[in-house]
Design a protein around this ligand. Structure first.
Ligand SMILES: Cc1cc2nc3c(=O)[nH]c(=O)nc-3n(C[C@H](O)[C@H](O)[C@H](O)COP(=O)(O)OP(=O)(O)OC[C@H]3O[C@@H](n4cnc5c(N)ncnc54)[C@H](O)[C@@H]3O)c2cc1C
Length: 411
């Protein structure tokens, strides 16, 4: 049986390896870029956060996140790690549950996949781009930028539109739409958010631990605790990435509320400030948060509260202190959007999962056609969840084909 896999990213390489587990399968992997695993090399800031010990469906999104359950049941985190260990990759976990290669190098992950494909005799064609797919008899004909290729079974593993500089493309969506499949709306996820830049710009580069609430009027749409980073145009950092999906998929006037003292109540922060005022009455107001927050962040809260920076602490009124505590625990920023697909790590939206069988990843519309990875309408939170979906879905699509009887199952 000739199996053709379109896309040499995380899910495509995993699909190629699992499909080739049956000796009578001839597997060809097509990659339009000059090398396989280009995006993988940039994951996790070059360290590749390849999975997470806290895998749970609550970390996944899309019109039907439950669709991913069958793939995770077949290829859970433990099986993924032992599979990689068999390929020679040792992994380590962080206290947060995030998993990385022991080498801390994303290229270790790409290398073990690449070497295993060579060992298995998988034909890897780089610089080959699939342009159109035709159903031909019980199989397929694929037009490429080189020559046409025929296959008995086809797996579309072309990824999503996010990270376009690293190979993110709409190509997979177009190929599948031309075959009759449907696409849900696409938007960038795991991406920086844009806000009123006035305060963030003055804090550019500063990191802080904060509790973030994304709100529309009094409604809380998303919230996270974690590190944020101020930028020229707004906010970045892991906790911001996690609420970015809600920003790019929600309409209306959005606002983020930042709590820079998430472990302390309003009353406790008030006590800290009153103590500071009483102990250092003649110091200028811009020292009020010294020892508690980054100095520039403290000064920014002072500006937000409209307090002159040189005013002696003893002159701060009760009302001034209340405004300052409010700025420290509920700093509001108007949200204007997110950066685009170029900067996003993952695409929210994709090919409708209800048109695929969750147990096999075969198309319900075109027998013999499969899809896996980000091209489908499944996206995960920051923390290794997207790659775990790529591994599990790639494995499932390939495994289904390695077990399938010859041509007769598809009239
Ligand atoms: C900067 C960045 C950092 C990230 N970090 C993490 C992380 O640490 N942990 C995590 O879990 N996730 C991370 N992600 C997300 C993760 O990389 C993706 O979700 C994952 O790679 C998706 O796998 P995939 O196989 O579906 O797609 P991809 O890995 O994108 O692979 C698709 C491949 O198909 C090729 N292709 C597309 N169209 C065609 C065609 N017509 N013909 C031939 N080839 C084609 C593309 O060139 C590409 O190589 C990150 C993403 C980015 C952009």
């Amino acid at each position: 049986m000739e199996i053709l896999i379109l896309g040499g990213g995380a899910s495509g390489m995993m699909a190629a390896l699992s499909a080739s587990e049956a000796p009578d399968r001839r597997v060809t992997l097509l990659e339009r870029q000059a090398r396989v695993g280009r995006k993988l090399l940039s994951t996790g800031n070059g360290r590749c956060n390849l999975s997470n010990l806290n895998l749970d469906l609550s970390h996944y999104h899309g019109q039907c996140p439950q669709f991913a359950q069958a793939a995770f049941a077949q290829f859970p985190v433990e099986k993924t790690l032992s599979y990689f260990q068999d390929l020679g990759l040792i992994t380590v976990s962080e206290p947060s549950g995030r998993l990385y290669p022991y080498s801390n190098q994303a290229n270790s992950v790409v290398d073990v996949l690449r070497l295993a494909m060579t060992q298995r005799g998988i034909r890897v064609l780089t610089g080959w781009e699939a342009i159109k797919i035709w159903k031909k008899g019980t199989g397929f004909l694929v037009k490429t930028n080189q020559t046409d290729l025929a296959a008995d079974r086809l797996i579309v593993a072309c990824g999503g539109a996010a990270g376009s500089k690293l190979g993110g493309t709409q190509s997979g969506y177009s190929l599948l739409k031309a075959l009759g499949h449907h696409l849900s709306p696409l938007s960038p996820s795991l991406v920086q958010i844009k806000t009123d830049p006035t305060y963030p710009r003055s804090l550019k580069g500063i990191r802080a631990e904060a509790h973030i609430q994304l709100c529309r009027s009094s409604q809380i749409l998303a919230q996270r605790l974690g590190e944020i980073q101020f930028t020229d145009f707004g906010l970045s950092g892991p906790a911001i990435f996690d609420i970015s999906r809600a920003v790019s998929t929600q309409a209306g006037n959005l606002q983020v509320i930042l709590d820079f003292f998430p472990s302390y109540s309003f009353a406790q922060v008030t006590t800290f400030l009153v103590h500071k005022q009483e102990t250092f009455p003649s110091l200028p107001a811009d020292t009020l948060f010294t020892g508690m927050l980054h100095n520039r962040l403290g000064q920014c809260i002072l500006s937000f509260a409209g307090i002159p920076h040189q005013m002696p602490l003893e002159q701060l009124s009760q009302k001034d202190l209340q405004t300052l505590v409010h700025g420290a625990k509920a700093f509001p920023l108007a949200v204007t959007g997110t950066l685009g697909m170029d900067q996003a790590q993952v695409t929210a939206g994709g090919m409708l999962t209800r048109e695929f069988d969750a147990e096999t990843l075969e198309s319900k519309l075109i027998p013999g056609l499969y899809a896996c990875g980000e091209v489908l309408d499944i996206d995960g939170d920051c923390g290794g969840y997207n790659l775990q979906w790529a591994w599990s879905s790639g494995y499932l699509a390939g495994k289904t084909l390695s077990k399938e009887g010859f041509h007769d199952s598809h009239p």
